[in-house]
Design a protein around this ligand. Sequence first.
Ligand code: 1HN
Length: 348
Amino acid sequence: MSVLPRQGGRDAYYTRIARAGMSPLWESMHALVPSQPTPRCTAVIWKYAEVRDCVLEAGTLISAQEAVRRVLMLENPGLPGQASVTSSLYAGLQLILPGESAPSHRHTQSALRFILEGQGAWSTVDGERTTMRPGDFIITPAWTWHEHGNLPAEQGGEPVVWLDGLDIPLVRFLDAGFAQTAEQAPQPPVVREGTHAARYGYNLGPVRAQTSRGASPLSSYPYERSRQALENLLRYEAPDQWDGLRLRYVDPTTGGWPMPTMGAFLQLLPAGFAGRVQRSSDSTVYCVAEGRGTARVGEFLMDFEPRDIFVVPSWSPLSLNASESSVLFSFSDRPVQEALGLWREERL
Ligand code: 1HN
């Protein structure tokens, strides 16, 4: 029978192999291959009523032009200093004041926006302007030129705030980040606002197939229409016991996700809805469009109201309750997990 060295012998050995750039798998194997996800992000809620003043105050300290993007990042307390709302995703609250503009640039990180308040702002994506209205879901896929602007106050411009979601931590993890500002390359030709909505936004498409650009040709999914879809569906379909009525935003040319790295959803919870417990492997960011209720994440209870933003970490048991008829927007890295064969859910 062999005699194994005592711990002291192992420690000296670990020190020696560390000098050679090696370490023993057997000391960390369980942590490397956990039996289920151990997300570092935590359940957390940003109450819009509590953070709104800070967002508006940024408008007194720096212009959108100087800031390039005037944003307060939403940092998950479990991931401090990492510009991360979940392990893979970034979120922030962006402010643009009447008459301001934020310069054109592009990057390999994909961005989505969910408009929280204010009228008059627009986003230009690959040369097509899109008006931003509260509740609209707007995308800027990877490597598309984009800039933002707002009408002067005399023409109805108001301070506009939206939630940004980007795949920054994911792209950083992959070391695949590239960016350009508009001075380095010309903006592509301008098409008139509404062109892509007319061509792709009505369950019709071009006769001569355009090859998919790898992301939805629609920059905007207006709230008015998305909300109406849910409202109509409620007349025909009983709400799911876990989700209420939940639909995902799609790329009309493929039926798939609007962008390859982030999926987004809109769901209606009727007044009095008491959802059953479920969990999924995609850490998810929720933003309340309408209504009031409670999200229970494990033992953590979060009361939500309009414009609040909360995080549900991977594999955390979630149940949703609505005291008023509620509409929730949400986004996650689910497309990435599905493409890699990783996504799982459990409905309890
Ligand atoms: C960006 O381009 C926007 O275009 C927002 O509004 C937030 C965060 C990091 C890098 C680029 C935008 C961003 C960003």
